[in-house]
Write a protein that binds this ligand. Sequence first.
Ligand code: CTP
Ligand code: ZN
Length: 156
Amino acid sequence: MKDHIKKKLKLKVSAIKDGTVIDHINALSLFKVIKILGLDKIKNQITFGTNLDSAKLGRKAIIKVSDKFFKDDEIDKIALIAPHAKLNIIEDYEVVEKRIVEIPDVIHGIAKCFNPKCITNNEEISTCFQVISKEPVRLKCHYCEKITGQDQIKIK
Ligand code: CTP
Ligand code: ZN
């Protein structure tokens, strides 16, 4: 196959000029990532692809946000639901920085407590968790002390 065709096939979602590419998101977590970052509410150009082939994840998703450079606390949030995600910072079409995401030790807000009886699910109180394990993610509620596991995480 000709090289220029190979290149086109490799790039399933168009390159961007400036912004951030969040790559290697588990396909099942794509819409959660969009929600926690508030990407459904901003005016920037966003392109994404899902169920793309990935050697590591089987099926991956990718999100490209033009003219957006996430802050550290936003990047920490990504780690909670897409621990394998890699961020690529793009300037003038070039990848100028690659960042891996890292789960913080304490999480304020973002996730819901798994316990339906928890005060945070019944009153206007934002959640707070201590991260007692990062792989897999296990969150201990500051209020009811119940544990919310990786597969139970719902975004508040
Ligand atoms: N990318 C983009 N727009 C650009 C440059 C890169 O959308 N102007 C995307 C690429 O499509 C890729 C990601 O940013 O999904 C990282 O680019 P690059 O480092 O060139 O690709 P890889 O070497 O395949 O990255 P890695 O193996 O680190 O995931
Ligand atoms: Zn709780």
